[in-house]
Write a protein that binds this ligand. Structure first.
Ligand code: ADP
Ligand code: MG
Length: 728
């Protein structure tokens, strides 16, 4: 009888690609299942349409009458698309999305029913979501959390369900999700950026944050996935020896995409297009069976909803193609992990990208203002940026010579470094002469519109300027971008407000506007110099250099999350109107709790797999060897038999050594876990899990992976890396 593993492997070898039949143009699919502005114009009375646009663009509340009208039109439209149910779709702090479906259907008498959906049902729901994480804000016995409609992200139909993007709040009004603080952070940066834009252009009344994410993921065959309890339960392979061939040949990156994978990509891309997600890019990534998908950037709130939707679609559609998608940051030790680059910029209602160099000195000064202020925000809040990307999964990736280190720094390229150095040196204290000004203007005017070509890209920096946007590269592949975007936009809002205040003070004292701006920029450039790093972020020298500069290197999640205790952080989020101190406390508790749970589950699986999979298979093989040795001695006699079974004897011994070592490391893990479980306080417990439980994994795995190499291939129970990574 073959092992589960070998049966699964046989299934994989028999698979065929499942192409979807569709000959039409992709453009015809775009946004078809979305209740977007064009559809609204068609379905809504013109007055309601106007209020709806006001609500989308300027956050104005929709009155009761108009909300009823929108609900009714939404119902009519979605029923025409085949919907029978509706759901409030939200983003609890678990990191996934959640939904609770209700039917439009309502009985109104014996044998009679209507389809009902009104303003109340659209605007607010009470999903009785008592088991979502709440960090102590909501007592379970009063299990009331509300979802409330976010009109700025359009409703859509998936299958037979109308999905309405919503925020998720507690009975007492505190946020329990990513969307609500994100919307607030976007509002804060909008207000602050508009004020600064007024120095340059009075027509600017609105600044949108733009986000373009790039989603990396692994695909593995469903049969192999199902034969690995660790992948099923934790999303990563807790055991497994590196394959003889990994990514060292670099033959996967941008290579031709296997046909089964292409068929899968095509289907989820088509589904994405129907939902208005503008996916355009697909390619192989560095590691075998690793891929990437990226859409065109969009307004940040919408882009984030789209990322969450896409992750969901990817998972659902993968199953149809007998794949499983792994969004974990590090599913396979020894090959690259997955990230989700967040390309971020700010753009005005007048169509200007504030992080793109302009055509003339004036627009360039505006660019420099936003550019330099971003660097200051990063400099002043590096620990917060580190914290917002911290997770048990991302800990495996950061600093592992494949992803930026846990040290936050910013890369800006040689040209801009030169310019900033110039400003630092040449802006004179005191009043500037007309000559000074002309010279500087000339320099600033010289910033070319197209800054960088691809060769000047530093892929080792966690926060890199890429010509017309910053790319936050340290975000984990499974993360809700909301976490990073809340922090980035909040610190930017704070910085821009501060900048405005200082420049205004100079202007009040009689300095000319441009001069006041330049002088403030000069101060900022000096102040934030240590965060700029142009070299190799993967090198050991950087770790030393960063330490000299006084930059933090917070290697694990519990250490990174400490910053949430900082009073200054609470003040920042409170002042910017993004999170109240109570909300922040709750979030911190949830994050520590999430970390503990993740490591706890991994630890349990390590124990189970060792005990129930690896030891039985190993013993079975060892018994085979023992029988063989006994047989040889039987027929050859003691002396010759022993001589003839030298190889087997040495194998028997090596197997025993590794099995004993694996078992005792696993027993030690159990002791440590029990100790950690006794700790009440979340942070202390998270640290214990990190330092004493997780730290035992490596030793257990080391011996298990050695056994994988020793035990008969026919008997080994877990699909091997070469099978998971190289067959499709
Ligand atoms: P890579 O980092 O893989 O080389 P590119 O530089 O080609 O990728 O593109 C990166 C991403 O940046 C794309 O997803 C694109 O949509 C996004 N992007 C481009 N301009 C902006 C912008 N102004 N704001 C936000 N994202 C942007
Ligand atoms: Mg990128």
């Amino acid at each position: 009888m073959a092992t589960k593993r070998l049966r699964a492997y046989q299934d994989v070898l028999n698979r065929e690609p499942k192409h979807i039949e569709y000959d039409g143009k992709l453009s015809e699919l775009f946004g078809k299942n979305v209740f977007h502005a064009e559809v609204m114009r068609e379905y809504l009375p013109s007055e309601t349409y106007k209020s709806m646009m006001e609500s989308i663009n300027n956050g104005k509340r929709l009155d009761r009458k108009n909300a009823d009208q929108v609900a009714s039109s939404m119902k009519e439209w979605s029923i025409s698309k085949g919907a029978t149910h509706y759901t409030h779709w939200f983003q609890p702090l678990t990191g996934a999305t959640a939904e609770k479906h209700d039917a439009f259907f309502k009985p109104i008498g014996p044998g009679k029913a209507i389809e009902r959906f009104d303003g109340d049902m659209l605007v607010q729901q009470e999903p009785d979501a008592s088991s979502f994480p709440n960090g102590g804000i909501r007592n379970t016995f009063e299990a009331r959390g509300y979802t409330a409609w976010d009109p700025s992200s359009p409703a859509f139909v998936i299958g037979k369900t109308l999905c309405i993007p919503t925020i998720f709040i507690s009975y007492t009004g505190e946020s329990l999700d990513y969307k609500m603080p994100l919307l607030k952070a976007l509002h804060a940066v909008d207000t602050a950026a508009v004020e600064v834009c007024q120095y340059f252009d009075k027509n600017v009344t609105k600044v949108n944050t733009t986000l373009g994410w790039e989603q990396e993921y692994f695909l593995i065959d469903q049969a192999l996935f199902n034969a690995r309890p660790d992948l099923i339960m934790t999303g990563r392979a807790l055991f497994g020896h590196a394959p003889a061939k990994g990514q060292q040949l670099e033959d996967h990156y941008f290579g031709s995409i296997p046909e089964r994978v292409t068929a899968y990509m095509r289907e989820f891309e088509m589904e994405s297009l129907l939902l208005g997600i503008p996916v355009t890019t697909r390619h192989n990534e560095v590691a075998p069976n690793q891929f990437e998908c990226a859409p065109i950037f969009e307004e940040c709130n919408l882009a984030n909803d789209h990322n969450l939707l896409l992750m969901d679609l990817m998972e659902k559609i993968a199953r149809k193609h007998d794949f499983r998608v792994l969004l974990h940051e590090k599913p396979f030790a020894g090959v690259n992990g997955s990230g989700k680059h967040n390309n971020w910029s700010l753009s005005t209602n007048t169509g200007v990208n504030l992080l793109a160099p302009g055509k003339n000195p004036k627009t360039n000064l505006q660019f420099l203002t936003f550019f330099v202020n971003t660097i200051k925000a990063i400099h002043d809040n590096a620990d917060l940026l580190r914290a917002c990307i911290a997770s048990a999964g991302n800990d495996h990736r950061l600093g592992a010579n494949e992803a930026p280190p846990a040290i936050i720094s910013a890369f800006i390229g040689t040209q801009l470094s030169g310019l900033l150095d110039d400003i630092e040196k040449n802006v004179k204290a005191g009043k500037m002469t007309p000559q000074d000004k002309t010279e500087l203007k000339l320099n600033i005017g010289k910033i070319p519109q197209i800054l960088l070509d691809n060769t000047d890209r530093n892929r080792t920096s966690p926060f890199a300027f890429t010509g017309n946007k910053f790319e936050f590269r340290a975000v984990g592949s499974s993360a809700n971008c909301g976490s990073a975007m809340i922090v980035l936009n909040t610190i930017m809002a704070k910085q821009l407000k501060e900048f405005k205040k200082l420049v205004d003070a100079r202007i009040d004292k009689g300095e000319a506007k441009d001069e006041a701006i330049l002088k403030e920029l000069q101060g900022i450039i000096k102040h934030s110099k240590k965060i700029r790093f142009e070299g190799n972020g993967y090198g050991d020298e950087w770790v030393k250099e960063a330490e000299k500069r006084g930059l933090a290197n917070l290697k694990d999640t519990p250490r990174a999350l400490k910053v949430w205790h900082d009073k200054k952080v609470a003040k920042l989020f409170d002042e910017m109107g993004v999170l109240s101190p109570r909300e922040l406390d709750a979030r911190r508790e949830i994050e520590f709790e999430n970390y503990i749970l993740k490591i706890q589950i991994e630890s349990r699986l390590m124990g189970d797999i060792t005990q129930n999979y690896l030891i039985p298979a190993t013993v079975e093989y060892q018994n085979k060897l023992i029988l063989n040795v006994q047989g040889l001695i039987n027929i050859l006699g003691e002396k010759d038999g022993k001589e003839a079974s030298k190889a087997q004897m040495s194998l028997i011994q090596r197997i025993s050594e590794h099995m004993n070592a694996m078992k005792s490391a696993s027993d030690n893990m159990l002791v440590q876990r029990k100790l950690a479980n006794k700790i009440e306080e979340a942070e202390e417990k998270a640290i214990a899990y990190c330092d004493h439980v997780k730290s035992t994994f490596e030793e257990i795995r080391y011996h298990a992976d050695k056994l994988e190499l020793l035990v008969d291939d026919e008997l080994w129970p877990l699909p091997k890396f070469r099978e998971m990574l190289f067959t499709r």
